[in-house]
Design a protein around this ligand. Structure first.
Ligand SMILES: [Zn+2]
Length: 80
């Protein structure tokens, strides 16, 4: 994993923690590329999706690009 991916992932985790701390209702939108493996039967992400945090009214709170492929399990880390 490159430094920039790690940096982007840390930035994303920090944004998620921030809205959790504020007790806001939020939506995580993971915007995969059309060709991403998430849409195949394997359901494994191999693109580098934009990650967007939105509030319950759909306003964008944060957007992180270049964080590498998306693993749903990484949220267990964020919530620690
Ligand atoms: Zn993907």
């Amino acid at each position: 994993m490159t430094t920039s991916i790690r940096k982007a992932r840390r930035a994303w985790a920090a944004e998620v923690r921030k809205v959790i701390r504020q007790g806001k209702v939020f939506i995580q939108e993971i915007q995969h590329d059309d060709w991403c493996g998430i849409y195949t039967h394997e359901r494994t992400c191999n693109c580098s999706p934009d990650r967007v945090l939105k509030d319950d009214k759909g306003h964008v709170l944060a957007r992180v690009r270049g964080a590498g492929f998306y693993d749903p399990m990484e949220h267990l880390e964020v919530l620690k």
